[in-house]
Design a binder for this molecule. Sequence first.
Ligand code: G16
Length: 591
Amino acid sequence: MPSFRFLSSACNSKIYAQYSAKKMDLFNPVGMRLESHPLDMNSRPERMKVNKIATKPFPDQKPGTSGLRKKVRVFQQPHYLENFVQSIFNCLPESERGMLIVGGDGRYHNRQAIQVILKMAAANGFRHILVGRQGLLSTPAMSVLIRKYKACGGIILSASHNPGGPEGDFGIKFNTTNGGPAPEKLTEAIYQQSLAIEAYHILEIEDISLDEIDSCTLGRTRLDIIDPVEDYAELMSRLFDFGRIKTLFDSGLFRMVFDAMHAVTGPYAKEIFEHRLKAPPDTVINAVPLEDFGGGHPDPNLQNAQELTSLMFSGEAPDFGAASDGDGDRNMVLGRHFFVTPSDSLAVMAANIHHLPGYHSGLAGVARSMPTSRAVDRVAESLGVECYETPTGWKFFGNLLDSHKITLCGEESFGAGSDHIREKDGIWAVLFWLNLIAVRQRPVSEIVQQHWRRFGRHYYSRHDYEEIESTMAEALMHRLAEQLHTLKGRQFGEFRISECDDFSYTDPVDHSISSHQGLRFLFDDGSRLVFRLSGTGTRGATLRLYLERYLADPARHNLDLQQTLAPLAAIADDIAQIKKYTGRDKPSVIT
Ligand code: G16
């Protein structure tokens, strides 16, 4: 168990004083079972008042690719957060309301939302709650904790890589008992609950201080404020060869910079890279989590991680650079003057995983989201293991991981992970690369170029058209889908469309079907175009165009990326009329 301190504390005494003084009545509006508290606390269960608050449904609480994401001010509407949280709880049978874990990425509105959730969780009969100190927990750490302590689930407050602050975004997602994002069946059930909700339940208590590691009781619920880093760091030290990575830093010849982007991974990175692996104290930059991420956009890509990117392409560039996003599940890795695309990163990981102590037995299989480049498919083929193609969204990897069909998975959207948890994991990916560099004793650029020589290079890029009018975005997709049957076989210069479809996925484990997951166009030469609308934006619609071109010849592995993809971008505009529908003559973000 984590290092809980069972002391009578500020947290305890404040609450006890309040409730013994007011002698409030506990009633049980949800008919929850009030068996005696299973845990031997240094305190007695207090009688606290549970309020049943009447509410009306909001029509817009349908979770997207990853939970419910909206502008902060949407979440600040009275009852908005409460309705969604109660809808989650209503989907959990009372008998299963054991341990709940709560935490977030520290963004604006986190602190207020966490107080509401703690009070609601206690009122709804959860027997035990763990919350990260200061309300902080990265998404991967949440997954670690749920699995380690066999919790019935966790609530993460984050809008991931979306900007924060009063004008920024906020989000809430629920992870289930396997530590992974709620599958579609559950998110749909939560949505249906939100459309029918009439009341929610909440304890009437003052806010709880979350600043120190501590324990207390909320009525019959035990609450532990825990170190958000400890369990996560401990798992990482078992997966990777920390001794070997330490020698890399000890040598004094290897320099790394990790940009935490003022988001949640600052404390994790400081502990793991600087304290445990003994990297120099200035290795982690922008390490203090801030409510508005210091005004930045906590999305680790070449455009948003500007400080790191400039450094990595400067004369002062260290050997290795990395960054993670708002909630710590995304990663970007760079060598000196060299960017590793997330798709290539996944393929290199797959080809080298046997070098790492936590993965000696190699790969059971791999998976990638459909728009992710097919670089990893080639590795899987050469290793003779299955490569699964899933829709965008980490939740689709859950069943494959749980049934041991895959060991490693990843997405073009700067996400990679393994069967160690059920989320993508930013710091894990950075440690993977550090361990690999320590074993191979080669710079990042050489490791990747060697990989290309062996497997060929998939030139790959994503063009985003953000905040376009939703009706126009849907019209573009609709028109393109209607043309699928006429486009098959069409020639565009040297490129010919050999196959095209509206991607549909049948989960090999539970056989559930997810349709309309993006439009794919495959070309004779192995090139590919994919169109889909983002499921994580909070304003208008975002059209994502994914471009991929495969070149096997090593003499053509050092071409300019966007120039190499330009003929495909022109075909994309031709078939989808992007300029006409979006009103833009170029993408807003290119990654
Ligand atoms: C989320 C999901 C990812 C997905 C990404 C992009 O990431 O967890 O699985 O790839 O969104 O989704 P979309 O293309 O629909 O915007 P994160 O890091 O935002 O949680």
